[in-house]
Design a protein around this ligand. Structure first.
Ligand SMILES: [Ca+2]
Length: 199
């Protein structure tokens, strides 16, 4: 019994010494916090040797894109490249028609004054340059269309954002129809558009 008590006392002594050492070392720790405020920066900055490729992109209007997420209708599509990809706001999804001519109708769901249509492809440079022939027609009732911009050939190039814009005289429209009649790409037999925007 005496031996047990001795061991217990020795244990308590060791524990108290250890605790004292621990609390002493905690007291020795100095906490140093340096607060660094980042400078006000509204735009990303890049060195001159890395020019922003978007500087050369064809500019699009900054006004509302009336076509975004509106109902669309088109003829047959290729593979998984369905018509609703054409105005989902993403340039990495696209519509591809099966053959020509290919019509794409966008229901603006109400009368809008429109004067620009933009057609975008994926801006990645793996999309090699191509030319597509496109006409723009407008309608207020979805049945009777008039030509806003006659069929013309437009060059798509990743160097300029892989997008084109078609400007025409401002007109009232509830429906905008694009008619594609040619695509120079050897990789497809149809029209291609990642986004069609209407301003
Ligand atoms: Ca898309």
């Amino acid at each position: 019994m005496k031996r047990v008590l001795s061991l217990l006392c020795a244990g308590l002594l060791l524990l108290s010494v250890f605790s004292a050492g621990l609390s002493e070392s905690e007291d020795d720790i100095e906490t140093v916090v340096t607060v660094i405020h980042a400078p006000e920066q509204e735009h990303p900055e890049r060195p001159d040797c890395f020019p922003d490729p978007e500087d050369d992109f064809i500019p699009l209007p900054e006004t509302e894109n009336y076509a975004l997420n509106k109902p669309v209708s088109a003829g047959a599509h290729t593979d998984v490249y369905v018509s609703k990809n054409v105005n989902d706001g993403k340039t990495d999804t696209y519509w591809e028609s099966k053959g020509f001519p290919a019509e794409m109708v966008i229901d603006l769901q109400g009368a809008c004054t429109v004067s620009t249509v933009a057609v975008c492809l994926n801006p990645s440079s793996i999309w090699e340059p191509r030319t597509q022939e496109i006409a723009v027609l407008v309608s207020t009732d979805g049945e009777n269309y008039s030509e806003a911009a006659p069929a013309a050939k437009y060059d798509f190039d990743a160097a300029t954002g892989n997008r084109i814009r078609i400007d025409f005289e401002a007109t009232e429209a509830s429906f905008v129809k694009l008619v594609f009649t040619m695509n120079s790409s050897s990789r497809t037999g149809g029209a291609q558009a990642a986004e069609i925007c209407v301003y």
